[in-house]
Design a protein around this ligand. Structure first.
Ligand code: KG4
Ligand code: ZN
Length: 349
């Protein structure tokens, strides 16, 4: 079964063609991130206007690179939420039009579920690696992106239980906001990761809070951590001592290092706590922050210790893309009436 998946929930326009939920025939993603750089975050109106221009060329390119025509596609899948309403509308209305005009089934996909299924796609890419096994149920999934930090328990395909999520800022969002304070570009996650890696001492007397790390629930809160970093950067005694009122270069990298450790500590502790409580067989990670190398190595280490298989998608599939939507659509098969499907910016589980 060949599914064409459309993803336009944030600033990316992603279209993927996938066979049987696993084999990638094509993956085309066009991001408008460069247009948002000067604002330090996504401007929804700008993102949606770009997606309007890009959606048809990106579909064309995805079909071309999959060497297939629309007629060869068995179903159209689309992420219908959560996300930015203007952006969602572009993908959802395009998918409805394709479904109606081609008389092909339309499958709706929750964007967050798409991130979970990026881990099934990785099977194809890593199949030669003998150590790699596909995700096994029950599993816990940590979804960490610019808009979300959620822990989900999955007993099987289509059987979800939301365990908890952030009460304020998402993990990726604080990476982006702290990056701005440190004078780095958007998106902040990769920039902070680079700066933190340049911190040579690899130990620090700085200690940022690890919010909610010891609480018995599976919720997160990152706004206080962000404020702690902002307060330190603006009131650091080292700034007052310097003539240019600038912090020394190494202080920025030390702050990035400790900030990243604080976020990773919280994410790893809560994910492992959930995995142990529910006796899961796998932990799967999804969302843009899953690209973070420190998060990856800490979770792999914890997984080994507690004998749970930890899976991350390929880096290119951690970010928003149409392939993960097509994969989720294959396993979920939530076929809907194209005349009735509505975008849902605040879609939950
Ligand atoms: O999933 P995604 O592409 O879009 C959303 O649905 O939000 O995630 C984007 C987020 C941004 O906040 C970005 O800073 C963060 O993922 N990110 C990272 C890294 N790469 C991207 N955060 C930490 N470390 C990274 N290497
Ligand atoms: Zn996402």
């Amino acid at each position: 079964m060949v599914i064409l998946g459309i993803e336009t929930t944030c600033d990316e326009t992603g279209v993927g063609v996938v066979e049987n939920g696993k084999k990638i025939l094509s993956n085309v993603v066009s991001s408008s991130a460069i247009l948002h750089k000067k604002y330090g975050g996504i401007v929804p109106e700008v993102a949606a206007r770009e997606q309007l221009k890009l959606i048809v060329p990106v579909i064309d390119e995805a079909l071309l690179s999959a060497r297939c025509k629309l007629a060869d596609v068995d179903a159209i899948a689309v992420a219908y939420g959560p996300g930015l309403i203007g952006s969602l509308l572009i993908g959802v209305e395009t998918a409805k039009t394709l479904s109606l005009s081609l008389d092909k089934p339309l499958i709706r996909v929750n964007h967050l579920v798409g991130h979970v299924y990026a881990n099934w796609i990785s099977q194809k890419l890593k199949v030669k690696n003998q150590n790699w096994v596909p995700p096994k149920f029950p599993l816990v999934s940590l979804i960490v992106s610019g808009g979300h930090t959620d822990l989900i328990l999955m007993a099987d395909h289509r059987k979800y239980r939301w365990l908890g999520g952030t009460r304020d800022d998402a993990a990726g969002e604080v990476f982006d906001k702290v990056a701005r304070v440190l004078g780095l570009r958007y998106p902040g996650g990769p920039e902070i990761e680079k700066l933190a890696a340049s911190y040579q001492l690899q130990k620090t007397s700085l200690k940022f809070p690890r919010p909610m790390i010891d609480e018995g629930n599976f919720d997160f809160s990152f706004a206080g951590l962000k404020t702690a970093v902002v307060n330190l950067v603006t009131r650091d005694p080292l700034r007052r001592r310097s003539e240019a009122s600038q912090l020394p270069e190494t202080r920025y990298s030390e702050i990035a290092y400790e900030f990243q450790n604080a976020v990773v500590d919280v994410l790893v502790t809560k994910t492992i706590k959930a995995a142990k409580k529910f006796g899961v067989k796998s932990i799967v990670i999804g969302g843009g922050v899953a690209a973070n190398a420190v998060l990856r190595s800490r979770l792999f280490g914890a997984g080994k210790k507690f004998e749970v298989t930890v899976l991350f998608p390929e880096k290119s599939l951690s970010i928003d893309n149409g392939v993960m939507i097509a994969a989720a659509a294959f396993f979920e098969k939530n076929i809907v009436d194209p005349l009735k499907l509505q975008s849902n910016p605040s879609l939950h589980f």
